[in-house]
Design a binder for this molecule. Structure first.
Ligand code: ZN
Length: 413
């Protein structure tokens, strides 16, 4: 138990209001090796709360980033959807901002260079910042993407600036939600950004999380769950302004915001920002009432899924799992579904194969295992890539295999 009540990660206000408790869970990305199975796994409370000061939704527990990210197993390039998304984004930004050999594009948490490679290939200088050593090495050695193996924050931004670095574009895709020092990172963006430059930031959108019951996107790596209202207040505090906003389908529903040093011009972008802020106010995203009811829907989904899986198992059906994802870990651990009903997990990422899922200890194999073992059902835990995976698994499905999609409601396809 923490000795003092937690305060808001953005505005520092006390008195955070509870939305949902997912219990004590192991770290969602902490896949185990065979000899780790016998050792006790650390578990941490997973409680979702709301700040009525700035309307930011967040979890209360902060697991030290060194424990979470040093040997992170998520390689962005293993998803074709992610690569296509990255290629489109880079192409568009190069054209719109007229980037060339004297520009600089920085990405925070640049992973394996999945995005910066598309700038690098067009002759635009890049700098990746990625704390996971194994992943930074892949970016550098396999893609030629210049990468600093560091955590980004105000201090690193200050050092880079002192060395003369000024970014025309800074990308932060799916990273703002992960950082413990939220204000330090946002201050760092302001420091590193050239006057007239733009930070392009993507975050999962809390409105989609609530609407589509995406409770499995809640895990210890994801500290914050943003609305535009919460982002707008955060950036303003650091002299930055949201200049444009887009809603994206990726990761179950995301926001992409374009942020510049204030004061920024008006224009059609800012009109879109004002329109969405207005909509959010009418939905009530700045009121706890908007989030109440979500907890009850999550419990109902858990009961439906348990009932389906236990019924199938009792009828002698074999059930496997697709996707050794962090999402999947939250879902299995919260629902209390493990080896009693599930046989094994498959995942395309070779670094996950041969390991075991956190908490539930299911063995992880390559997807080919599905055609070999021929389970009757496959629970799809990476539902955010459902179209891509169902297409890849056409042979398995034609042979009679069925997929169970858990979210937004339990469905067999
Ligand atoms: Zn707050």
């Amino acid at each position: 138990m923490s000795p003092t009540p937690p305060t808001c990660r953005s505005c520092g206000a006390a008195g955070l209001l509870t939305i949902l408790s997912l219990g004590q869970t192991p770290l969602a990305n902490a896949l185990l090796t065979a000899d780790q199975l016998a050792r006790p796994e650390p578990r941490y409370p997973l409680d979702l709360v709301f700040c009525s000061g700035c309307s930011l939704v967040q979890i209360t527990e902060t697991v030290p980033p060194e424990e979470l990210f040093r040997d992170y197993l998520y390689f962005s390039s293993f998803s074709e959807t992610m690569l296509r998304h990255a290629a489109e984004l880079a192409g568009r930004v190069i054209a719109e901002r007229h980037l060339g050999p004297t520009s600089l594009v920085v990405e925070i948490a640049s992973n394996d260079g999945y995005l910066l490679q598309f700038y690098h290939q067009q002759g635009v200088p890049v700098l990746g910042i990625e704390p996971a050593q194994n992943i930074a090495r892949v970016a550098q050695e396999e893609r030629g993407v210049r990468t600093l193996c560091e955590f980004f924050g105000a201090a690193l931004a200050g050092q880079l600036r002192a060395q003369g670095a000024q970014a025309d574009v800074i990308h932060a895709n799916n990273v703002l939600a992960h950082v413990a020092d939220l204000n330090g990172v946002v201050a760092g963006l302001g420091t590193l950004l050239k006057a007239g430059g733009v930070a392009v930031i993507e975050v999962p959108y809390v409105k989609d999380l609530i609407d589509h019951v995406e409770f499995d996107t809640i895990y210890h790596e994801h500290l914050c769950y943003f609305s535009l209202t919460a982002l707008d207040r955060l950036f303003r505090r650091h002299g930055l302004q949201v200049q444009d906003v887009e809603r994206l389908p990726i990761h179950g529903g995301s926001l992409r915001v374009f942020v510049a040093r204030a004061p920024a011009a008006g224009g059609p972008g800012r009109a879109r920002v004002d329109a969405l802020l207005h909509e959010e106010a009418t939905w009530g995203v700045d009121q706890i009432a908007f989030y109440r009811g979500f907890g009850a829907r999550v419990e109902r989904l858990r009961d439906d899924l348990r009932e389906l899986l236990r019924g199938l198992k009792a009828a002698g059906q074999q059930i496997a799992v697709y996707g050794a994802s962090a999402k999947g870990s939250t879902l299995l651990n919260y629902c209390g579904i493990g080896p009693a009903v599930l046989d094994f997990v498959v995942d395309r990422s070779p670094v996950k194969q041969g390991r075991y899922t956190p908490g539930t200890h299911l063995p992880i194999y390559a997807p080919e295992k599905l055609l070999e073992a021929r389970p009757d059902y496959v629970l799809l835990l990476t539902w955010n890539f459902a179209d891509e995976i169902l297409a890849q698994q056409a042979a398995f499905r034609q042979a009679g295999g069925r997929f169970i999609l858990p979210i937004p409601e339990v469905k067999v396809v």
